[in-house]
Write a protein that binds this ligand. Structure first.
Ligand SMILES: [Zn+2]
Length: 196
């Protein structure tokens, strides 16, 4: 019986045994085969466990607002579905208008702040501001998403991310480059669409 098990083990493990064991001694060959099978078993177990934990992590993960982009939102009075549609519309329009390959450019943290204005990091009152990866947007009660500074600030963010290293703070002015009349038109299109 034991030799049968050993033979079966050798047969089962033989594809993995090249160079392993002493082929003149059936027993040492078989014990190597057992060891190999145990290692394979352990590896498969770890693999399956890792796969299952990955599935659980995926399920518990909040749904992505923009597929392939790590966009987080905090303090929003707008439903996540509406924000997802608006942010996806922005990406499609921006990437299309400026012929940019859709990479993960829009990776940011959008922070909605109550009040028509907030004080910026430079002490100015503003309805929106971009600080690194953080996009701050002020909102008031019953204001449509398209009426906020969201799309305007997203343009600053994308200019900084895609080419210039700054968001062109003077817009169409002559000090900085980046902002074009196409940006103005894009903002108007999206503002109109999300102010209904
Ligand atoms: Zn601006």
């Amino acid at each position: 019986m034991r030799s049968l098990i050993s033979k079966v083990s050798v047969l089962a493990a033989s594809p993995f045994l090249s160079g392993m064991g002493d082929s003149k001694d059936g027993y040492s060959y078989a014990s190597n085969a057992h060891a190999a099978l145990m290692v394979l078993g352990a590896i498969s177990f770890v693999g399956v466990a890792a796969f299952v934990s990955l599935l659980v992590a995926q399920r518990n993960r909040p749904k992505m607002l923009v597929p392939g982009h790590d966009v987080r939102v905090d303090g929003s009075p707008y439903p996540p579905g509406m924000l997802a549609i608006a942010l996806n519309a922005f990406c499609v329009d921006y990437y299309g208008t400026f012929s940019i390959n859709a990479k993960s450019y829009l990776e940011c943290y959008i922070y909605f702040i109550r009040g028509p204005y907030f004080e910026t990091t430079t002490g100015v009152r503003a309805a929106g501001q971009v600080v690194g990866r953080v996009i701050k947007v002020a909102f008031v009660e019953d204001q449509k998403l398209g009426q906020t500074a969201l799309f305007h600030e997203l343009c600053h963010f994308m200019i900084a991310r895609t080419s210039y290293g700054h968001g062109d703070p003077d817009h169409l002015g002559s000090v900085y480059d980046g902002w074009t009349p196409e940006h103005q038109k894009l903002i108007l299109r999206l503002k109109h669409r999300f102010s209904q």
